[in-house]
Design a protein around this ligand. Structure first.
Ligand code: SF4
Length: 263
């Protein structure tokens, strides 16, 4: 069967193997990626206005995901190849075409990944980029607790803001997500996209104050603030200058929070 993707969407899908790279990441350094989602399509329970994979509706509908052995074989081959060539790796990173924790084998895959990391690159970190929607699922949460860098997305401070920015499919309750994140006892990384659109502004007083209150409650060990970097499915989005992001998060820095800013 030939699957023809819409051109924009096709350009946005970048990961054609389960284990790929390493690529240089603005946030993680030399990052060897793992895509647990369909090779030919995006799978996410969010549909963010800035998603580099495009809108969910423009996807192929492919829902096939790799199993534990598929991932283990692909990762082992990639790690062996990198080790043979003495390639430096800072992070083995779960990212890709959507939300990695939606793979039903996610907890087992994390266990195998940690074994392989210890064997080939014991100094590399294991990182998971997640939209945090599954943090209330005990199996997923326990797996996320095992990795070095659980990087959890929270872009807005209210259900209404999340509805505009992240457009969740199904029910979303920010209070439950915050309670789930509190289970980390601060041992996680909070990731927040800063941008403006006709219907949302990260820096609007109510949103920013609410977000800072959430940060103060959760006390993440690190906060990653970043802005738009690639083509976005919704047009009319505006990125923030680095200086403005620095000014906006200064109160948190002065309170002792570690904030990493990427323009
Ligand atoms: S959570 Fe990530 S993969 Fe999912 S829609 Fe948002 S940006 Fe895209």
């Amino acid at each position: 069967m030939i699957i023809r993707l819409n051109d924009v969407y096709n350009n946005m899908l970048r990961f054609h193997n389960i284990a790929f790279g390493p690529i240089h990441s603005r946030r993680l350094g030399s990052s060897l990626g793992i895509n647990l989602l369909p090779e030919n399509g995006k799978l996410c329970n969010f549909d963010c206005v800035y998603c580099e994979c495009g809108w969910n509706k423009d996807g192929t509908g492919d829902r096939s995901m790799p199993g534990v052995e598929d991932v283990a074989v692909s990762l082992e081959n990639k790690l062996r190849e990198c080790a043979d060539r003495e390639v430096h790796i800072d992070s083995i990173t779960f990212s890709g075409h959507g939300e990695p924790t939606l793979n039903p084998h996610f907890p087992e895959i994390i266990d195998r990944t940690l074994e392989l990391r210890d064997r080939f690159y014991p100094h590399a970190k294991v990182s998971v980029l997640s939209n945090a929607t599954t943090v209330t699922d005990g199996r997923i949460f326990n797996a996320l607790r095992k990795v070095d860098n659980p990087i959890m997305k929270l872009d807005a401070s209210t259900d209404g803001g999340v509805a505009v920015v992240n457009r969740p499919s199904g029910h979303y309750d920010i209070g439950r997500i915050i309670s789930g994140l509190a289970g980390f006892d601060g041992d996680f990384v909070l990731q927040t996209m800063f941008f403006r659109s006709p219907s949302f502004d990260t820096s609007a007083q109510a949103n920013l104050c609410g977000w800072m209150d959430i940060v103060r409650r959760l006390k993440p060990r690190e906060i990653m603030v970043y802005t738009l970097d690639r083509e976005t499915p919704e047009k009319d989005l505006v990125k923030f200058p680095v200086e403005e992001m620095e000014r906006l998060v200064r109160p948190l820095c002065e309170e002792g929070f570690l904030v990493q800013i990427r323009g």
